[in-house]
Design a protein. Structure first.
Length: 322
C-alpha cells in the first residue's frame, strides 16, 4: 500500500465504530462463541485461552479457541465473512492491520471488515547488542552508527515483523543506517547476534530476557512508550532521546464490522474483566505479555497511530512481502 493511500485507509477505520449499529442484544450470548486465531502456541494462543476461560465464566457460554493456519490471512477471511452477531471473533496481533501495508492483494480489508473490541495484551521489544560492541546506551550506539554508516548489522525475522520494523524505526528516528541481515526465524537471528554475525537486534522481551540474564547480550532500552515490567530498570527509547518511539506487538480482538454496539460493549467488558485478576496478569507476565484491556475507541486510536507511523517507515525502507 502506498503512503498516499494511508489517509484514506485510516479514515476507513471510522467504519469500525460507525458500522456497529445499536441493537437490543438482550439474549446475547445464547450459544458458544468462536474465537479464531492464527495457529497454536505463542502469545496469541496463550492469551486467547486465558481470556476464553474468563469470558466463558462471565457470559455463561463457552468461548471456543479455534486455531487456523499460520498467518492472519486465513482467520481474517473467515471472520470477515462471518455474520456480525458476536459469535465469531478474531484474536490476532498488529500483523492484521500492518500486512496490507507490506503485501499486495491481501484478501481482506481491516478497515471495512472488522470492528475493534479491545487491545488485550502487548509485548515490547528490547534493543539489545552483542557484548563486544562498546556501547552502554542508545546515545553511544547512535554515535557509533553515525561514525560507521551501514557497517552495523541487525538481525530480524520475519520481514515486516515488530523486530524488523523497530530496527527501521530506529534508523529513521536516529538518522542512522544499519543493515538488515534476514534470518529464517527469530531463534536463528538471536543465534546470529550471540555469535557476533550481527551487532544489534530488537527481539521481543520474552525471548530477550533469558539471554540478558545470562550475560550473552546487553540491553540498552525498551521500545514501549512507558517503562515495562517485562524489562525492569531499562529506559524507554523515548527517554533515551528518540521522542515518540513506540513499537511492539499488540494482541487484539475484533468482531465482523456491523456487529451491534451493545454486543461489542458487552464483549469488551467481559474480556477486560477476565484480564483484571492478579493471577491472570502474573500468568501473562510470565509468558512475556502485559495486560492492556483497552476500550474499542482506545484500540482504534492505537491502530490509526501505528498505521501512520509504520506506513512511512515501511515506504522509506522499501519493506515488501511477496
Amino acid at each position: 500500500m502506498r503512503l498516499e493511500s494511508l489517509a484514506f485507509f485510516v479514515l476507513l477505520f471510522g467504519n469500525f465504530v460507525a458500522g456497529a449499529r445499536t441493537a437490543s442484544g438482550q439474549n446475547y450470548p445464547d450459544k458458544p462463541i468462536r474465537l479464531i486465531t492464527a495457529g497454536a502456541g505463542g502469545g496469541v494462543d496463550f492469551s486467547a485461552r486465558l481470556i476464553a476461560q474468563g469470558v466463558s465464566a462471565s457470559l455463561g457460554q463457552q468461548v471456543i479457541v479455534d486455531n487456523r493456519g499460520g498467518s492472519p490471512i486465513i482467520p481474517a477471511q473467515l471472520v470477515s465473512k462471518a455474520p456480525p452477531d458476536g459469535y465469531t471473533l478474531i484474536f490476532y496481533s498488529n500483523g492484521l492491520w500492518l500486512l496490507p501495508l507490506i503485501q499486495k492483494n491481501v484478501p481482506y480489508d481491516p478497515a471495512r471488515d472488522f470492528a475493534p473490541i479491545t487491545m488485550a495484551t502487548s509485548s515490547p521489544n528490547i534493543l539489545v547488542v552483542h557484548p563486544s560492541l562498546p556501547v552502554t546506551s542508545v546515545k553511544n550506539l547512535i554515535a557509533i552508527a553515525k561514525a560507521r554508516p551501514g557497517e552495523l548489522n541487525y538481525g530480524a525475522s520475519p520481514v515486516g515483523s515488530a523486530i524488523h520494523l523497530a530496527a527501521e524505526l530506529f534508523n529513521s528516528r536516529a538518522g542512522i543506517k544499519t543493515t538488515l541481515i534476514p534470518y529464517k526465524g527469530v531463534a536463528d537471528a538471536l543465534s546470529g547476534l550471540i555469535s557476533g554475525e550481527v551487532q544489534l537486534m530488537f527481539p521481543a522481551a520474552g525471548s530477550a530476557m533469558p539471554l540478558l540474564k545470562s550475560g550473552r547480550l546487553r540491553a540498552l532500552a525498551v521500545t514501549s512508550k512507558l517503562p515495562s515490567a517485562l524489562a525492569p530498570g531499562l529506559p524507554t527509547m523515548e527517554a533515551a532521546g528518540l521522542p515518540g518511539f513506540d513499537v511492539g506487538v499488540a494482541y487484539g480482538i475484533f468482531a465482523p464490522v456491523g456487529t451491534p454496539e451493545v454486543i461489542i460493549s458487552r464483549l469488551n467488558q467481559a474480556i477486560v474483566q477476565a484480564l483484571k485478576p492478579a493471577e491472570a496478569r502474573q500468568k501473562l507476565l510470565s509468558a512475556g505479555l502485559e495486560v492492556v484491556g483497552s476500550s474499542p475507541e482506545q484500540f482504534l486510536d492505537a491502530i490509526k497511530t501505528e498505521i501512520f507511523i509504520m506506513g512511512k517507515v515501511i515506504r522509506d525502507a522499501g519493506i515488501r512481502v511477496d
